[in-house]
Design a protein. Sequence first.
Length: 504
Amino acid sequence: MARRSRAARGRSAEAKPGAPFIRRVLPYFEILDEESLTALETQVDWIFEDVGVAFRDDPEALRIWAEAGARIEGDLVRADASWIRSLCGKAPRKFIQRARNPERSVTIGGDNQVFAPVYGSPFVRDLEGGRRYGDQASFEKLVKLTYMHPHLHHGGFVTCEPCDVPVSKRHLDMLFAHMTLSDKPHLGAITEMSRAEDSVAMAEIVFGRDVMEQDCVIMGNVNTNSPLLVDKVASEAVRVYCGRGQGIVVVPFILSGAMGPVSTAASVCQAMAEAMMVCAFSQIVRPGAPFVLGNFLSSMSLKSGAPTFGMPEPVVSNYVIGQLARRAGLPLRCGGSLTASKIEDAQAAYESADSMHSTMLAGANFVLHSAGWLEGGLCTGFEKLIMDADRLGSYEKILSGGLDTSEEAFARDAYGEVGPGGHFLGSAHTMRNYQTAFYEPRLSDSENVESWEEGGSKDMRQRAFERWQAMLADYQEPPMDPATREELEAYVARRKEELPDAWY
């Protein structure tokens, strides 16, 4: 059969849109029995009732809690566990986040999985430019690459920090880039209440008020301030996004031994309690508002305090949090292609693979940091983004394919055509199925060593560098209604006039 060049295969992959999200067929990997799960849930309930979670620097949040019937002592909120769980039960088990292009809308929750890129890195790195502060130009390139890659379903938001734009204004440029350079769904800003309000206002320009009253079109992603503290950044974001019927992702970021006990079991329970308390709060704000329960648990070096990734403890926590989230009836965010490595080396490969594989098996419905994470999250790697996303295609096939047991899959006609000692390369069955029979990673080189040497003896980092360069050369901006774009531009210009430059 004719073989296409690697470059041609790469171009065709970018030209053909991938599935908007993964519909999971593979069973979940569940490691705990009923007795163990009940013990964990008892610990979570104990935190609700006896320990409590502080909601700090947001008097309005405390007023909402008190009016609903929680026990308030200072800024500490305690409540009956059955009430908290009943409130969490009002959040949808799954929901659709609409994209500007309806064909790219994603379903989050249930048996569905959605992959999004790295989030929050102040630095970027690539083979040509090295490590440097992120800027708006790099940010826009990353938005374009995420839009073009078939195995990234969601744009995330802060794919890197554009550090050349004032902090007070950069959210406007980032939102405008996501809304115009891509037509995939994305997140909004959360770092200050007015920035969350800008995110919702700009989403309304794109989708319209009527649509937003019915559907989720934008979400915020916030961290609790572990241990057991919800600051006003998180509670105000809940009030803004959920108050408009939009989604919120709430993620305790716990390094066991620092922001949580050194015991993985205790840290998992703490994460569940923190996130579920915020879920309950979101449902008091607006019953039925979309909510994603998050867990970002990592081990750490008890010698230096540095976080470690892809280690056994966070891998196990992914499996456990998956079981607990399903029992709570909440969509889950956890894991990703995480590593402490500074470049795309063997350490990055091993740690990212272990972390992402457990994320997949655990059943995470929404996965930030699926691609591009380096240096414990401090750096977004351009090559790492492309390398990780290449492997996401393999996970997608495992999750959604199962084992085909159709009549065609048993290939009985091929056995009639090929006798003992023959080969199936030219059989009719092979010719009918060769294009879809196996997942073909775009960056892996499986040719013989002579062909590899003739091609320049390139390693995967170099192949990834060349691929993202070629992708950007082929980029075409998705169409947008000119009137909508003009209204967005006017909103951004007006808000920038109103806001003073601030760099912190």
